[in-house]
Design a protein around this ligand. Structure first.
Ligand SMILES: NC(=O)c1ccc[n+]([C@@H]2O[C@H](COP(=O)([O-])OP(=O)(O)OC[C@H]3O[C@@H](n4cnc5c(N)ncnc54)[C@H](O)[C@@H]3O)[C@@H](O)[C@H]2O)c1
Length: 466
C-alpha cells in the first residue's frame, strides 16, 4: 500500500521506516527541509539503534523517500499517518496546533477520498475536532482513525515491528479494513489488534503513560520510606516485582521520570480530567507529577551534602555552591537515547549551576543536544574528565559506561571521594569499599546497623516513653 507519514521526528521517522520495512511504499513529509534532506540520505537527526541502517536500505530500494510538499503527499497516497508533536502548554493542556496545521494543509491538497490516521498523543475529542477542520476545507470524504503509538526511544524499531498491541479508534468499517490491511504483517505474526471508538483510542496512550508515571512515583515514595527507616529499596522493589499483578518493570527507584512524553502526558491527562469535572483524578495525577519534580530538588540537596554544603529545603536563592566543582554523569533523560527533553539530570545540573557551582557534564550520546539545551553548563569529553578535581560526582543517567568506571580511576583524577547515585547507575558497595561516601536514593539516610534500625523502629512503633 502507498502511505504518507506527516511529521518525521522520533515517532514519524521510525514509523515511516518500519512501514517501508513491512512492504509499504512510503513518503515522509516534514516542514523541516534539513530534516527531510537528511532522512533522504538515510540518516535520522536523533539516535535510535538500527534506524539509520533501515532508512538507508529502504531509501536505496526506492520504497521510502521524504519531502516537504503536502501536494506531493496528497498525490502519492490516499492514506496518511500524522506523527507531528503535541507539546504541553504551560497550563498542562496539549498544544494541538501542529496537528491542526498539518490536517488543514493536507485537506487543501486532497483530490479524492482519503484516510487520515493520527498517531500523536492527544486528549479525547481531538479526532472529532480534526475531522471538522478537514470537512471545512475539503469536499471529499476523509475518514479519520486514531492509532496511538507506544514505542519507547532506544528500542523504537522493535516496538513498532513487534508491538504489544495495536489500538485503533475508528468510525467506519472501511477505515477499519484499511487499518487491518496496513498492519496485516504484524497481526499475522500475533500482535493483538484492539478496535474501539476515537475517545477510547485517544485515552489509552495517556492512561498508559499516566500509569507508568504513577508506578515510578510510587516506587520512589517507597524508596523514601526505605531511606528514612534504613530499609533497602532495591530488595523491596525486587520482592514487589515478583508479584505478577505488579510486575518488575518501572520499579527502579531513582531520579524520577523525564523525556518528551511522560511529564507532558501526565499533565495533559490531569488537565483534561479537570476540564471534564473529574477533579479527584486530576488531583491524583498532579500529585504523581509534583512528587516527581520535587525529587530533583532532593537530588540537589544530596549533591550539596556530598560537596559539604547543606542546601535548605525551601527555595535556596544564594549562590550556596559557589566555588564547588560538580561532575554530572549523564544528560539524556534515560540511557540508550540522545534525547534531553525534560531530562532530570540536565535539569539538576542547571539547578546546581544556578546555585553557583561549576558544573561539568558528560554524556556518552547526548552531548550535542545537552549543549544546545543548556549552553551555560561546561561539557567534558569523558566521564573522568568531568570528574577531574570535582567536589562531588552525580550519576544522573544509568548508562552502562558509568557502571564500569573504577572508583580508583575517578579518585586518581583528583575528585573528592563523594558520589551521589541518583539512578542506580553504579555499584554502591564497590564504591563504598573503595572508600567513597556514596549517597543514593535507595539506601539509608542514616548509616545504622539492621539491629539498631530495628530497635529504633520498635521504639517508634511503641510511641514516646512515659
Ligand atoms: N518520541 C517518542 O518516544 C514518542 C512515543 C510515543 C508517542 N509519541 C508522540 O508522538 C508525537 C510526536 O513526538 P516526537 O517525539 O516524534 O516529536 P518530534 O518533535 O521529534 O517530531 C515532530 C516532527 O513534526 C514536524 N512537524 C511539525 N509541524 C509539522 C507540520 N505541520 N507538518 C509536517 N511536519 C511537521 C517537526 O518538524 C518534527 O520533525 C507526540 O504526540 C508524542 O507525544 C512520541
Amino acid at each position: 500500500m502507498r502511505l504518507s507519514v506527516i511529521g518525521c521526528g522520533h515517532l514519524g521517522a521510525v514509523h515511516a521506516a518500519c512501514m517501508a520495512d513491512i512492504g509499504h511504499e512510503v513518503l515522509g513529509v516534514d516542514i523541516d527541509e534539513g530534516k527531510a534532506e537528511m532522512l533522504n540520505s538515510g540518516k535520522a537527526c536523533f539516535h535510535e539503534p538500527g534506524l539509520d541502517e533501515m532508512l538507508s536500505r529502504h531509501v536505496a530500494a526506492g520504497r521510502l523517500r521524504f519531502t516537504t510538499s503536502f501536494a506531493e503527499a496528497a498525490k502519492f497516497a490516499t492514506v496518511h499517518f500524522l506523527g507531528v508533536a503535541t507539546p504541553g502548554l504551560p497550563a498542562g493542556t496539549y498544544d494541538l496546533s501542529q496537528l491542526r496545521t498539518a490536517v488543514a494543509e493536507l485537506a487543501l491538497h486532497v483530490t479524492g477520498s482519503a484516510v487520515i490516521i493520527g498517531k500523536s498523543t492527544v486528549p479525547p475529542g481531538t479526532t472529532a475536532s480534526l475531522g471538522a477542520i478537514a470537512a471545512e476545507i475539503c469536499r471529499h470524504n476523509i475518514d479519520f482513525v486514531w492509532n496511538p503509538e507506544f514505542l519507547r526511544e532506544g528500542c523504537a524499531i522493535q516496538d513498532t515491528l513487534m508491538p504489544d498491541r495495536i489500538v485503533i479508534g475508528v468510525a467506519s468499517d472501511a477505515a477499519e479494513a484499511v487499518m487491518r490491511d496496513i498492519y496485516r504483517p504484524l497481526t499475522d505474526a500475533g500482535t493483538p489488534l484492539v478496535v474501539t471508538d476515537f475517545d477510547t483510542a485517544e485515552l489509552v496512550k495517556g492512561a498508559a503513560n499516566a500509569f507508568l508515571a504513577t508506578k515510578i512515583s510510587f516506587i520512589n515514595s517507597m524508596a523514601d520510606i526505605c531511606r528514612a527507616v534504613g530499609a533497602d529499596a532495591r530488595v523491596l522493589a525486587e520482592a514487589l516485582g515478583m508479584d505478577p499483578r505488579i510486575g518488575k518493570s518501572f520499579l527502579n527507584a531513582g531520579i524520577g521520570y523525564g523525556g518528551g512524553c511522560l511529564p507532558k502526558d501526565v499533565r495533559g491527562l490531569a488537565a483534561f480530567a479537570d476540564q471534564n469535572g473529574v477533579h479527584k483524578t486530576s488531583e491524583l495525577l498532579m500529585v504523581v507529577d509534583e512528587f516527581n519534580t520535587t525529587r530533583r530538588a532532593d537530588v540537589v540537596r544530596m549533591v550539596g551534602d556530598a560537596a559539604g554544603v547543606p542546601v535548605p529545603t525551601h527555595s535556596p536563592t544564594d549562590r550556596l555552591l559557589a566555588g564547588k566543582r560538580i561532575a554530572v554523569w549523564g544528560a539524556a533523560f534515560k540511557p540508550g537515547t540522545d534525547d534531553v527533553r525534560d531530562s532530570p539530570g540536565l535539569d539538576i545540573a542547571c539547578r546546581l549551576h544556578d546555585l553557583g557551582a561549576h558544573v561539568k557534564v558528560y554524556d556518552p550520546m547526548a552531548m550535542g543536544n545537552a549543549l544546545e539545551e543548556s549552553p551555560q553548563l561546561t561539557y567534558a569529553d569523558s566521564a573522568l574528565e568531568a570528574a577531574r578535581d570535582a567536589d562531588a560526582v552525580l550519576v544522573a543517567t544509568a548508562w552502562p559506561e558509568f557502571a564500569s568506571i573504577s572508583p580508583f580511576a575517578t579518585k586518581a583524577v583528583g575528585a573528592s571521594m563523594a558520589v551521589v547515585d541518583a539512578c542506580q547507575g553504579i555499584d554502591n558497595s564497590t564504591w563504598r569499599e573503595a572508600g567513597w561516601k556514596v549517597l543514593s536514593l535507595t539506601n539509608k539516610l542514616v548509616e545504622a546497623s539492621p539491629a539498631a534500625a530495628f530497635a529504633s523502629l520498635r521504639t517508634a512503633a511503641a510511641g514516646p516513653a512515659d
